[in-house]
Design a protein around this ligand. Structure first.
Ligand SMILES: [Zn+2]
Length: 364
């Protein structure tokens, strides 16, 4: 990156960075960690304002300490810039000293430099993402036809058809925090005391008249007792299925790739399409979590919890009994049995291509 003065364009001061081509920006290193070692370093202030910012330095924590500034003449700054003069000389200027040295022009210099550095960074990120475009599109197609997506839909539909009442109750609970409670019969001591007080205030004759002089019976009440939280909530929730979500994500990703390819070198456009890609990645991650939720829903402990809860709920209605077995929830009543069952083959899809995309987003 040792440019000679002859190579500098006429807009050496203003517009230097703006006139760089995409390839030039991609080839540029914008930061240095040892500014003093650059060729042509001068300890004097530049002869005039025919300069631009060439590099930024950030030296926090380096053993040699701060850099010496041509303006304040002290080793005063961890953060600053290498300012290049038209003659080729280089001058280290502390971040804040630049304003004192160049006045209002300084903010122009730094703005142009920062914008170029920002654009170069986004161009690299865009290129890194586009480099894995074909791979991503192929893997997305594989994901969309993964057998687990069909299986998920089948099992969910069958659960809903076989145990509609329970499914509905589970959906209601899953829409909240997923906590479930059973009703427990307990002595209502407060009610008994109130009754006893009332009876004690009566005369024997009054009590006899009411037929209440015999043994005082215990009074019971039903109180809800939380027994746990349902796992795999999304399996019981109504809403977008993994199939729809993944299809939606694939379409967003396809649009974003096209946008990045044709969007030119505008930071805002690149940012917009990278954001689309990130959102689509989140959708895919959520969909995989949904697919995983089915396994969690059928885990032994969860089925046992649901069976206990459902049996308790049925006690005061249809007297059905629910039994949890491995991968199976059985409902037994006077008319027979109904069974919801986890599939024999169910494997979550491989979505490691998401990692490659996330890695590309981190390109700097
Ligand atoms: Zn200074």
């Amino acid at each position: 990156m040792e440019n000679t003065v002859d190579e500098y364009p006429s807009n050496f001061t203003r517009g230097y960075w703006r006139s760089r081509t995409e390839q030039q920006l991609l080839d540029t290193i914008f930061d240095t960690s040892s500014p003093e070692l650059l060729n042509g370093i001068s300890c004097d202030i530049p002869p005039d304002k025919e300069v631009h910012i060439e590099l930024a330095y950030s030296l926090n924590g380096r053993p040699e300490g701060r850099a010496r500034c041509v303006f304040c003449k002290w080793s005063n700054h961890y953060n600053g810039f290498v300012v290049r003069h038209r003659s080729g000389s280089r001058h280290l200027v502390g971040k804040d000293c630049g304003f004192k040295l160049f006045g209002v022009d300084w903010s122009e210099f730094t703005k142009e430099f920062d914008a170029a550095r920002d654009l170069a960074s986004y161009l690299r990120r865009r290129n890194a993402v586009l480099a894995i475009r074909d791979y991503t599109v192929t893997r997305l197609a594989v994901l969309q036809s993964d057998p687990c997506i069909d299986t998920y839909d089948d099992i969910r539909r069958s659960f809903r058809e076989v145990l509609p009442g329970l499914y509905h109750k589970l959906a209601t609970s899953a829409a909240g925090d997923g906590q479930i409670s059973i009703e427990e019969k307990t002595r209502d001591f407060a009610a008994e005391e109130k009754r006893d007080d009332k009876l004690d205030r009566m005369t024997l004759t009054e009590r006899k008249a009411l037929g209440l002089n015999g043994k005082r019976k215990p009074i019971f009440k039903f109180i809800p007792v939380p027994i746990g939280h349902i796992s795999g909530k999304s399996f019981f929730k109504t809403g977008t299925s993994p199939r729809e979500s993944i299809k939606n994500a694939a379409s967003i990703i396809s649009d974003a790739f096209t946008g990045l390819e044709n969007g030119g070198t505008n930071v805002r456009t690149i940012k917009k399409h990278l954001k689309q890609l990130k959102d689509a990645v989140t959708i895919i991650e959520d969909s995989v979590a949904q697919l995983r939720n089915m396994t969690e829903a059928f885990e032994a402990g969860n089925l046992a919890l649901i069976a206990r809860w459902a049996t308790n709920l049925s006690a005061r209605t249809d007297q059905a009994r629910y039994v949890a077995e491995i991968g199976t929830l059985r409902r037994i009543d006077n008319y027979g049995e109904r069974v919801a069952q986890y599939p024999a083959k169910y494997r979550l899809p491989n979505v490691d291509f998401i990692g490659a995309l996330l890695e590309a987003f981190r390109t700097y």
